[in-house]
Design a protein around this ligand. Structure first.
Ligand code: HEC
Length: 108
């Protein structure tokens, strides 16, 4: 985890656009920190909370991009057991990028 956030900080300090791969790594770190105690956040793990959908299946419900608004408003999306989160736009982008990366890769 240190390595991942370190890579992100370096990309950021460089002043250039954050590389997509770094954003995905940051999203994975955020998911691990905030979401993994209920949701499956990987490709094969099971959700620890019975009702929490694995992140890799979210794209079957709706385009991942549409989650952005819900996140920006402090995720309430049907989370009865879930604490409210507040993320910065960059963090939301990273999180969505990560969740998106779990979906089917149809682009070439
Ligand atoms: C304390 C447990 C818990 C944590 C932590 C948690 N969730 Fe959830 N989440 C749930 C549960 C339970 C559901 C299913 C709620 C339902 O269907 O009523 C859910 C559903 C969702 C859904 C689908 C909502 C829908 O309406 O389809 C999304 C997206 C989601 N969570 C994102 C996240 C993200 C992103 C994080 C971390 C920032 C997170 N969750 C952290 C318990 C949690």
């Amino acid at each position: 985890m240190f390595l991942e956030s370190g890579a992100f900080l370096i990309a950021f300090a460089g002043g250039g656009a954050v590389e997509a791969a770094d954003a995905v790594a940051q999203g994975r770190a955020l998911a691990g920190q905030h979401c993994a105690k209920c949701h499956a956040i990987g490709r094969t793990d099971e959700s620890l909370h019975d009702e929490a959908p694995p992140f890799r299946r979210l794209h079957e419900r709706y385009p991942i991009a549409t989650l952005g608004e819900a996140f920006a408003e402090g995720i309430v999306v049907g989370h009865k057991d879930m604490p409210a989160f507040e993320f910065s736009p960059a963090e939301i982008e990273a999180l969505l990028g990560y969740i998106e990366s779990l979906g089917p890769k149809r682009r070439r």
